[in-house]
Design a protein around this ligand. Structure first.
Ligand SMILES: [Cu+2]
Length: 244
């Protein structure tokens, strides 16, 4: 894992810190891996089925946070600041508000924990998932989702999308079930260097051992009736033992 990826991952761990008085929660799950050929799926966390889009040298980080920390919506623009922030104020930087100072616009839910208990074992309802890739095809949009089974040597080994409310009709292409509120969608578009980032936040937790991978597809995820959730072939996969 390169330094840049390590910094990004560290930023992920710190970006949900809501107050200087509260230490950042540890991620429930963090996976970083280098994509290996699909034939080696048994021994590697990440595999590629299409080396033109996801070369064997490409890297990936997936992180999951449980609970419902505030300020999810702000973390991206601050991630690099937080990555090296040890509590001091930034000097000479752009004058913009920090996540620690702006109150959350979200209304608290009845089951939400009080501030300061946002550990992975906290009582907050939600789940946050972030994914970073590096060294993949530049200027390309990938459809990315959480799937139910671990990656294998074959693209379909990772099973269907994880759904909070399961569509009785599988494969699910009904937008009522195949949508980013009932599934975890992490579509991302890479920059000119083949780096990309996406995050998703849902109100629910994964059921135990039912969410096992992040699958990268060849194009953006469709949302229309009869196509919802489809994103083309599976080009790569990361084993992630999501917790709920
Ligand atoms: Cu998928």
């Amino acid at each position: 894992m390169s330094l840049a990826m390590a910094v990004t991952a560290a930023a992920a761990a710190s970006m949900v810190a809501v107050s200087p008085a509260v230490s950042p929660p540890c991620p429930a799950v963090m996976v970083h891996a280098t994509f290996a050929p699909a034939a080696q799926a048994r021994d590697h966390k990440a595999v590629t089925y299409d080396t033109k889009l996801v070369p064997v040298s490409a890297k990936v980080v997936v992180v999951e946070f449980l609970g419902k920390p505030r300020h999810y919506e702000n973390e991206h623009e601050h991630e690099y600041e937080h990555g090296h922030d040890h509590g001091h104020q930034h000097m000479g930087g752009a004058a913009r508000s920090t996540p620690t100072q702006s109150p959350s616009p979200q209304s608290p839910s009845p089951t939400q924990s009080p501030q300061g208990t946002q550990s992975p074992q906290g009582k907050g309802q939600g789940t946050f998932v972030g994914v970073w890739v590096r060294g993949v095809k530049a200027h390309h949009t990938f459809g990315v989702h959480v799937h139910t089974k671990p990656c294998g040597t074959m693209p379909d080994d990772s099973g269907p999308h994880y759904q909070n409310t399961k569509d009785p009709k599988q494969p699910s292409v009904n937008p009522k079930y195949a949508n980013p509120r009932n599934e975890v969608w992490l579509d991302l578009t890479t920059n000119g260097h083949g780096e990309g980032y996406a995050k998703a936040q849902v109100d629910w937790r994964f059921r135990d051992s039912e969410a096992r991978s992040v699958v990268i597809h060849e194009h953006a995820t469709a949302t229309g009736k009869g196509h919802a959730g489809m994103a083309g072939t599976r080009v790569a996969c990361v084993k992630v033992p999501f917790k709920g």
